[in-house]
Design a protein around this ligand. Structure first.
Ligand code: AMO
Length: 594
């Protein structure tokens, strides 16, 4: 086997090479035999180029080429020639040229692949993930990986230009309460103790501000052991940044500057800046979500007052308990009875709603609804006072319950309706800030208040006199096309203020000291005002690449159940390893789910 020194990449062969001898190396992408002349599409990371083995030109190389199969690795020497006009392939960037090979070397052979690379889109994702290194050979995957490199490189350039330091923070850190569950790492040197993998570099970046670093950023890996919904991975990457002596607008301006560059460079889109700001209260009331997709309307209407005297027991109870009744009004589609039932089913089975009520108005002034006979005769007129453009043939979908719960459900239903009825303008880039988030949220399960963002977020001023549910935080999220792309806040930098927030979420001074002592102590040694944000890089690349799954833009992602199918992780370990770590397991490893 002879490995030639490669002189050019396959995809970079162009007219300038015509008539020249070149050396190529790569994978056999495809092979065709036309009456003894063999054509090979040779692939490397830059693309494809056609090789020709002609027995008239080189009998020995052509003879060897008969043995070539898909995915063999080869190295060739040959001359670049123009293809005959009828042989030009306009779909291939190198399609006007081909390489007349005079020397072939087979570098490595390959077994038939478990799936055809060209058919990967239709192959079960489990197989693709099991053989990820093969899946990654596909040009589309190469494009995603290259895009990811280009985006993070552009980020580094941007922050370097603005005087930010890129600082690495530890992967082995301390388990802290709140947020998702930690991934724990046992320490063999300190029996019975555990590190936690960082859920984000949050505390470290704040401490770097205490160290006077002033402007920090990091392309940081984060780990969260949480239920994996769509667009979530147990380990993911954030663009994390923190700045000292700033206000909300400084962080937002820096972010907008970056996304303007990224959108221009990678999508050719000129974003209109500054981005709009909406308060949490506004987006929640109008769209039932703190990350609404505003590429379509279908806003939520508050119908509570229409049911003030209702005879319907469950609505009456809801109103009596201070709950609300919200509605989506679908104008774009006249639903049949079975379609209405489909939506009730979708809400209950698919979205977890307790119920969904529909009222379809008819042209004759009547309405179709399971509760039609309980509605006042002028219900349509009354409804029109809330929804001025309401017309016969429009349908209301109603959800009743505590405000946030009912509105969140309507928000989910709104997205589903938007998708299924084709209401979303997928060509639009809809980006904005959501601000003034609640500082605390009530956890009905544990029956106590938690910090909605994190407990280092600064509440807006004079919060102590307010009811917990009314306190707003100096927090902001960046939302793009209905995805939360980033979130951040202005932090507390004063020990007394921090102690008050810990107290509000039920952390006693002793526990707070034990869990966050390092931060509390640092607050006493001259801490500058500071704030920051983190953007989800995987989600950003997913939006740029237009892929349906976050997994498509991560080289080695985990499945929905957190498994790496290629490595077969997580896995059981040797008893001796556990012994060294002073660990005994009580659960037998369950059969793994993909
Ligand atoms: P937050 O938890 O909002 O903020 O995370 C910031 C951004 O990270 C992305 N993200 C994820 N992406 C993929 N998989 C996940 N499991 C996942 N979880 C979050 C989202 C999200 O907007 N320390 C704070 C930031 C700060 O206050 O500066 C933090 O981590 O795009």
């Amino acid at each position: 086997m002879q490995l030639f020194q490669r002189s050019v990449y396959c995809g970079e062969v162009n007219k300038g090479f015509e008539g020249k001898e070149i050396f190529l190396a790569g994978w056999v992408h495809g092979r065709r035999d036309h009456g003894g002349v063999i054509f090979i599409d040779l692939r490397d990371r830059t693309g494809l180029v056609q090789l020709v083995f002609n027995p008239q030109v080189n009998a020995q190389a052509t003879e060897q080429a008969h043995a070539l199969r898909a995915e063999f690795v080869i190295s060739v020497r040959g001359k670049v020639i123009a293809r005959a006009p009828e042989a030009v392939n306009p779909k291939m960037p190198t399609g006007t040229l081909e390489i007349k090979v005079d020397h072939l070397s087979i570098v490595a052979i390959a077994k038939p692949l478990p799936f055809q690379l060209e058919e990967a889109e239709h192959v079960d994702e489990e197989i693709r993930l099991r053989y990820r290194y093969l899946d990654l050979r596909r040009p589309a995957m190469h494009d995603h990986i290259k895009l990811r490199h280009d985006v993070t490189f552009a980020m580094r350039e941007y922050f370097d230009r603005l005087g930010f330091y890129e600082i690495e923070t530890p992967m082995l850190t301390k388990s802290t309460p709140g947020g998702a569950r930690d991934f724990l790492v046992p320490s063999s040197v300190n029996p019975g103790t555990f590190y936690a993998l960082p859920q984000s570099p949050q505390i470290y970046k704040q401490l770097l501000m205490a160290s006077g670093m002033d402007r920090y950023f990091q392309i940081a890996r984060c780990f969260r052991d949480e239920a994996l919904r769509a667009n979530r991975q147990p380990e993911f990457t954030q663009l994390d940044l923190e700045m000292s002596f700033i206000q909300e607008s400084d962080i937002q301006d820096i972010c907008e500057g970056l996304i303007a560059i990224l959108w221009k460079k990678f999508l050719g889109i000129e974003l209109s800046l500054p981005l709009r700001r909406y308060t949490f209260d506004e987006v929640m009331a109008r769209f039932g979500s703190d990350k609404p997709d505003m590429r379509f309307g279908l806003e939520v209407h508050d119908m509570t007052k229409l049911f003030a005297d209702t005879e319907l027991k469950f609505l009456k109870t809801t109103v009596a308990q201070g709950g609300k009744i919200g509605a989506l009004c679908v104008k774009e589609k006249e639903f049949s009875r079975s379609e209405l039932e489909h939506w009730v089913n979708t809400a209950i089975k698919g979205l977890g709603a307790k119920g969904l009520l529909y009222i379809r108005f008819n042209a004759d002034g009547t309405s179709d609804s399971p509760v039609a006979k309980f509605l006042p005769s002028d219900f349509f007129r009354q409804a029109r006072e809330v929804i001025p453009d309401l017309e016969p043939n429009h349908t209301l979908f109603l959800v009743a319950g505590p405000y946030l719960e009912a509105w969140s459900m309507l928000g989910k239903l709104r997205i589903e309706l938007g998708k299924q009825l084709g209401l979303i303008d997928t060509k639009q880039w809809n980006m904005f800030w959501v601000t003034d988030f609640p500082m605390f949220e009530w956890d009905a399960e544990t029956k106590h208040w938690n910090a909605m963002h994190h407990p280092f977020t600064s509440p807006q001023k004079d919060w102590e006199a307010m009811a917990m549910g009314d306190v707003r935080a100096r927090a902001y999220d960046l939302v793009c096309n209905g995805e939360e792309l980033g979130g951040g806040s202005i932090r507390i930098f004063d020990a007394t203020a921090q102690a008050k927030v810990f107290e509000a979420i039920g952390l006693s001074p002793e526990v707070a000291q034990q869990k966050f002592g390092f931060l509390i102590n640092a607050l006493e040694y001259g801490f500058p005002p500071h704030g920051g944000i983190a953007l989800g890089i995987d989600r950003l690349i997913m939006l740029f690449a237009g892929t349906a799954s976050i997994r498509d833009v991560i080289a080695f992602p985990k499945t929905q159940s957190g498994a790496c199918l290629m490595m077969d992780a997580p896995s059981t370990v040797e008893e001796s390893q556990l012994k060294e770590l002073h660990i005994k397991t009580v659960a037998k490893a369950q059969e793994k789910k993909a």
